[in-house]
Design a binder for this molecule. Structure first.
Ligand code: C5P
Length: 228
């Protein structure tokens, strides 16, 4: 039985991919399974936190005692996140949000034509959800994720600062059997400690136990955090 050391904390987590519609039957997306975000939601709930899981389209069961809000696109995820953030102590951005969406969503199914061998789509940038939540005042403790293929620590440090997050969980997605779609993952946690950055490396392990280790570190950081 888990220690209920997160009771009274309100935690919001984004998870899974987003789908960005191109027309009524097509979308842009990525291979995020949502497993890490769902594992985190379960870990927080087992410790007694009040958990809201803002989920993109995934094929996973909702963990016990978790309130799930289903969304499809990044814009919908942002709206749900902004709403939830006002009532959250901790915000964890675990979703693999699509970086771009179609500038215009075609009203009717796009047709293949004989006139051209190419089709050009114009994409526009999606809002950055964790960065948006991190600019609020007052704001929850903000934790983000970073999937990198090389120079993991350097890119993660940069992202931590650029997005104004309190902690970042960085994964090396080039390692076989870890990360996207897998049940296992390893992570490097980086968090701000005054003007310094502290870190902790978590070895490869099931996403469920990794989630619990991340929750432990977030709780410690939350306990030491200066009020905003
Ligand atoms: O920049 P990058 O996508 O690598 O950053 C990853 C982190 O930012 C994750 O925590 C992800 O959930 C968050 N993110 C977001 N909104 C976006 C893009 C990324 O919240 N549009």
């Amino acid at each position: 039985p888990a220690v209920r050391d997160a009771e009274a904390l309100r935690v919001t987590i984004t998870a899974g991919p987003t789908h960005e519609a191109l027309d009524p039957v097509r979308y842009l997306s990525n291979h995020s399974s949502g497993k890490m975000g769902y594992a985190l939601a379960g870990a927080w709930a087992r410790r007694g936190a009040q958990v809201r899981l803002i989920s993109g389209p995934v094929a996973l069961a909702t963990p016990p005692d978790v309130e799930r809000v289903d969304v499809t696109s990044a814009s919908e995820m942002l709206a749900a996140a902004e709403h939830a953030a006002t009532e959250s102590d901790i915000f964890i951005g675990c979703a693999a949000v699509a970086d771009y969406r179609a500038e215009t969503v075609a009203e009717h199914k796009l047709k293949k034509t004989d006139a051209s061998e190419t089709l050009t789509l114009t994409l526009v940038k999606n809002p950055d959800i964790v960065a948006t939540i991190a600019t609020r005042s007052p704001r929850p403790l903000v934790v983000g994720f970073a999937a990198e293929t090389h120079d993991v620590e350097r890119y993660a440090r940069d992202k931590l600062a650029r997005k104004g997050m309190d902690m970042i969980v960085a994964n090396d997605v080039s390692q076989a059997g870890l990360g996207f779609g897998s049940d296992d993952n390893a992570a490097l946690l980086l968090w701000r400690d005054g003007d310094d950055t502290d870190s902790q490396a978590l070895p490869p392990q099931p996403k469920t136990t990794l989630a619990d280790a991340i929750v432990g570190r977030v709780l410690t950081l939350y306990a030491h955090r200066a009020p905003t």
